[in-house]
Ligand binder design. Structure first.
Ligand SMILES: Cc1ncc(C[n+]2csc(CCOP(=O)(O)OP(=O)(O)O)c2C)c(N)n1
Ligand SMILES: [Mg+2]
Length: 706
């Protein structure tokens, strides 16, 4: 299946410096192989980060060799331990490990392709366009990469989400006879990850939830890009993590693989809380000139320094990318054998489980395929026409509650705004540690006031197969923008449910009234920003979101009531599946002279303006555009049928930034939008104050028609 990679005969290498003499030669060779592959790859690319992989090589090696339960022949095995490299710049550590461990490559469906996930040639092509070894680890590009990292701290948040998923799956599916899920999540992080605020949010949440299946490993090298951490940070990490309720261990020498192995074993044995292992290390270890200096962080060592460092390692200068024979075999006989045995045992458990619990087994298979149960949306009932209407956060909450009943692995919650967001899942229990009154099979997450970590946690939960959602106020998506961006970048079908979507928030004022958020989120590639106009469009939007496999959804919902449109007068809400559709055409027929385009709460204004224009004999069309990204994905013919190219008199109306609407109204159109921050006041007054009135829409329509 997988071609055996060429190995190089062991050159005349002496025992390798650094690791204790008691460590077998082959292990010392393996560790130095990781170091030298990293140095050579960065040098060849003339770009990258050699220092952290050189310091962390024994840490990664000890973890993979002796602790990680992972079968390189089955990188998608559901009960594998997860390994996250939160300090993504250290990716040559990960690429080296993936290569040496012989992790196989799979296609999008998870089938083996017959090559390695990372070949030696991939490593030689580190950081080149199209390479399997991009500048930072990318989920979906390289098999075995569990999550994309690079923005420091994100991986830590992801690891918490993965640990939550592990607890949830164990609680929901394990039986006394069959323990299907007992995996651990290990994340390596650096000074940068721990300085980032997200690490606080994530650690606090994980400690509170008592996630005993989680372990973070801190590369305590005292160096960041600017220089010594004395420049910027003197946190006492031990006390900090004790404060979070974590088990804290300290390994005083990163080269001490025995101490590391003990620490990993102790982390596994600690099941009532997460573990932080602080590992004192040296960036650029072994390099005479750059060890312990920030210079080791992010630039090639240079040929001369590589020569000196390899001499210190007692390693031959040539060939580059040397993998001594025996090193790959060492991975195979340790991690490989252990992983294969664990997976074989798991397979028997799974077979027994399928026989004993066929429905639950079916559920898991559906989840693993990324599918939904048959008839998952059958419970969604239409909302009857109602001029008074309801807020889309309320109708949306009803839809979520309907669909979650049929998707048992749908789980999520809010950053402490559950009653406002209306995302509580009735009767679904609370995910939390039992000592705080929760259970691990509860499906209501209380993320706390931690938007940023919530984002990364939802990504981690989604990476683990769950249909996870996070909610909050739209204006605060800025706090978690990187996590949202990564969901779009990783093509995860996350569901972001953000309410209070405009100045319609009212009294809370401009700090709470989003203006530029819609436009800025729409600017993100592969993020479907939905802004439904009523309950029926909200139902369609959720349908789209759940059926999406590779595009996350940002559902934006109103705080204030909006009318539920009479669908006998307006087009059916199913049109929303195209992202934009003709809601109303001229009363009495005839070609439209003017097109009103709008979303969400402003559709009501356009519907009323449409009637007023008709009274004045103006033939208007109203286009509802709840999701521009989905509309843009339609055929040109469809888009032209909605936004008739001949009709250049167009008005777009949205209580947000005007940015982006020019694409739809063109140079002859007008945009009624926000040009400033909002105002505190009762919503109807604020909305009127900023000119969002039927008359304004009518005037604009008449103006563009000329
Ligand atoms: C959110 C974020 N901010 C800034 C950066 C740029 N950056 C990459 S590595 C780094 C320093 C990280 O220091 P540390 O984690 O200690 O890594 P080491 O130098 O020890 O490898 C910075 C600032 C980033 N990748 N992500
Ligand atoms: Mg550092």
């Amino acid at each position: 299946m997988t071609a055996a990679p060429a190995t190089t005969a062991v050159p005349a290498i002496d025992p390798i410096a650094g690791t204790p003499a008691a460590v077998p030669l082959i292990d010392r060779l393996a560790i130095t192989t990781i170091r030298t592959l990293s140095m050579d790859a960065v040098q060849a690319a003339n770009s990258g980060h050699p220092g952290a992989p050189m310091g962390l090589a024994p840490v990664g090696y000890a973890l993979w060799k002796d602790s990680l339960n992972y079968d390189p022949a089955a990188p998608h095995w559901p009960n594998r331990d997860r390994f996250v490299l939160s300090n993504g710049h250290a990716c040559m550590l990960l690429y080296s490990l993936l290569h040496l461990a012989g992790v196989i490559d799979t296609d999008a469906a998870g089938a083996p392709t017959g090559r390695l996930a990372v070949t030696l040639d991939d490593i030689r092509n580190f950081r080149q366009v199209g390479s399997r070894c991009p500048g930072h680890p990318e989920f979906g590009v390289t098999t075995g990469i569990e999550t994309t990292t690079g923005p420091l701290g994100q991986g830590l948040g992801n690891s918490v989400g993965m640990a939550i998923a592990g607890k949830f799956l164990a609680a929901r599916y394990n039986t006394p006879a069959q323990e299907l899920f007992d995996y651990h999540v290990f994340a390596i992080c650096g000074d940068g990850c721990l300085m980032e605020g997200i690490s606080h949010e994530a650690a606090s949440a994980a400690g509170h939830m008592r996630l005993g299946n989680l372990c973070w490993i801190f590369d305590n090298n005292g160096i960041t890009i600017d220089g010594s951490t004395e420049l910027s940070c003197s946190d006492y990490v031990t006390a900090r993590f004790h404060g979070y309720g974590w088990n804290v261990q300290h390994v005083k020498d990163a080269n001490d693989v025995d101490a590391l192995a003990q620490a990993f074993a102790a982390a596994r044995a600690t099941t009532d809380r997460p573990t932080m292992i602080i590992v004192d290390s040296h960036i650029g270890w072994g390099s005479p000139e750059v060890q312990d200096k920030s210079k080791a962080h992010g630039e090639p060592l240079g040929e001369a320094e590589i020569a000196k460092t390899k001499a210190f390692y007692r390693w031959p200068l040539e060939p580059k990318f040397l993998v001594p024979s025996g090193v790959r075999e060492r991975f195979a006989e340790t991690m490989g054998a252990r992983g294969a045995a664990k997976r074989a045992a798991w397979n028997s458990t799974w077979t027994a489980y399928q026989a004993a619990h066929p429905e639950r087994a079916q559920e898991l298979q559906t989840m693993w395929r990324g599918d939904l149960p048959a008839g998952w949306d059958a419970g969604i009932a239409p909302f009857p026409a109602d001029p008074k209407g309801d807020a889309t956060r309320s109708t949306g909450g009803k839809v979520i509650n309907t669909i979650m009943e049929r998707i048992p692995w749908m789980i999520g919650g809010s950053a402490d705004l559950t009653p406002s967001n209306k995302t509580f899942l009735k009767g679904a229990g609370t995910f939390n540690a039992p000592e705080f009154g929760g259970t691990y099979d509860g499906r209501n997450m209380h993320f706390g006031i931690r938007e940023h970590a919530m984002g990364a946690m939802v990504n981690g939960m989604t990476l683990s197969g769950l249909r996870a959602f996070g909610s909050g106020f739209l204006v605060f998506t800025d706090y978690m923008r990187t996590a949202i961006r990564l969901s779009a970048f990783m093509k995860l079908p996350c569901l972001w449910v953000f309410t209070h979507d405009s100045i319609g928030v009212g009294e809370d004022g401009p700090t709470h009234q989003p203006v530029e958020q819609l436009a800025s989120l729409r600017a993100m590639p592969n993020l479907a920003v939905w802004r439904p106009c009523d309950g029926n469009e909200a139902a369609e939007a959720f349908r789209w979101a759940l059926e999406s496999r590779s595009t996350p959804t940002m559902m934006t919902l109103t705080r204030q009531n909006v009318p539920t449109l009479d669908r006998t007068r307006c087009a059916p809400a199913a049109g929303a599946q195209q992202g934009g559709y003709v809601l109303l055409d001229p009363i009495g027929g005839g070609a439209p002279e003017v097109i009103l385009i709008s979303t969400g709460s402003e559709i009501g204004l356009c519907v009323d303006a449409h009637a007023k224009l008709a009274e004045q004999g103006v033939r208007a069309r109203v286009v509802s555009m709840p999701c521009t990204l989905v509309f843009d994905r339609q055929t040109q013919a469809y888009r032209d049928s909605v936004l008739l190219p001949a009709v250049r008199a167009r008005v777009a109306v949205e209580m947000g930034s005007a940015s982006g609407w020019g694409d739809y109204v063109g140079l002859d159109g007008q945009v009624i939008a926000m040009r400033s921050f909002g105002e505190s006041g009762p919503a109807p007054q604020v909305i009127k104050h900023f000119g969002f009135t039927v008359d304004a829409v009518v005037s604009a329509a008449l103006a563009v028609r000329k």
